[in-house]
Design a protein around this ligand. Structure first.
Ligand SMILES: NC(=O)c1ccc[n+]([C@@H]2O[C@H](COP(=O)([O-])OP(=O)(O)OC[C@H]3O[C@@H](n4cnc5c(N)ncnc54)[C@H](OP(=O)(O)O)[C@@H]3O)[C@@H](O)[C@H]2O)c1
Length: 259
């Protein structure tokens, strides 16, 4: 059965820039009411100025009380949520030792724990909106241990959490998708170094991820890689590890993670 987005309610975290901004605009464009969530209020208000069905909501997703308040607002306004896009996230530096501990824990708190927080607060609203969708924006770095270690750990966590829930929440009418982008040029992930390398042509724009989210909402898939050619690296990782690690070392040097 087709999942018609028109008139449905979506929540998009990390909507003040990059991928989240593109996703919020795309979902509003197909007729959804979109709660756009982030900490920078002025960005969210500008987004709402462009799209009348966008509802700006300022919240820090690492704050459980703030996430609960967001869910209460959606409950009071609509009584259900049909699509939760857990996208808010930050990068992380290379992990060398004790000086990097706070940075590593902040990355894991923002990228992984906040997904768990949002899914906890929205579980009953998603059930009320069934058939409903969760799209967790993980990363190719959640399938391949490449890049900053704490970032990869946070995204491997999102992938595992999503995969397990894609099985256990299905009976509740909620599909859970791990959506894994490759290199995308955004404010938080400028890709400056990789753009100057031979791998620069791999760098994409947020719109391709917004297209993939719209597609996942329509078809209920539980895994999506954007662009899809990154799946070849994941296959290589498992079928031919020595060859994969030779490629991975070059990619890591190109992205500057070791600096
Ligand atoms: N760009 C890539 O190459 C790439 C690849 C794979 C996966 N991803 C993932 O895609 C997601 C979006 O990243 P992006 O590339 O679009 O980067 P971005 O432009 O820096 O956007 C990050 C968004 O997350 C929000 N955010 C960060 N911490 C938050 C917090 N504590 N509470 C609420 N919102 C918070 C930011 O808003 P405020 O600062 O206003 O709060 C911003 O809207 C992330 O999860 C990232 O890991 C990105």
């Amino acid at each position: 059965m087709t999942w018609d987005p028109r008139g449905k309610v979506a929540v998009v975290t990390g909507a003040s820039s990059g991928i989240g901004d593109a996703v919020a605009r795309r979902l509003a464009g197909v007729g959804m009411t979109v709660y756009a969530v982030a900490r920078r209020t002025e960005r969210l208000e500008a987004l709402a100025g462009d799209h009348p069905t966008v509802v700006p909501h300022t919240a820090d997703v690492t704050d459980q009380a703030a996430v609960d308040a967001l869910a209460e607002r959606v409950r009071s306004d609509h009584g259900a949520c049909h699509a939760l896009i857990n996208n808010a996230g930050i990068g992380g530096g290379a992990f060398r030792g004790r000086d990097d501990l706070d940075d590593a824990l902040r990355t894991i708190e923002t990228n992984l724990h906040s997904v768990v927080r949002c899914m906890a607060s929205f579980a009953d609203l998603l059930e009320a909106g069934a058939p409903s969708r969760v799209v967790n924006v993980a990363s190719v770095a959640g399938k391949l241990g490449i890049g900053p270690a704490a970032y990869a750990a946070s995204k491997f966590g999102v992938v595992g959490f999503s995969e397990a829930l894609s099985l256990s929440w299905r009976a509740r009418g909620i599909t859970v998708c791990q959506l894994n982008p490759g290199y995308i040029e955004t404010e938080g992930f400028t890709q400056e170094q990789i753009k100057r390398s031979p791998a620069g042509r791999l760098v994409g724009q947020p719109d391709i991820v917004a297209d993939a989210v719209a597609d996942v909402l329509a078809n209920g898939r539980t895994e999506r890689t954007v662009p899809s050619f990154y799946r070849a690296f994941v296959t290589l990782r498992h079928l031919a590890p020595p060859l994969y690690f030779a490629v991975a070392k070059r990619m890591e040097r190109a992205s500057g993670t070791r600096e």
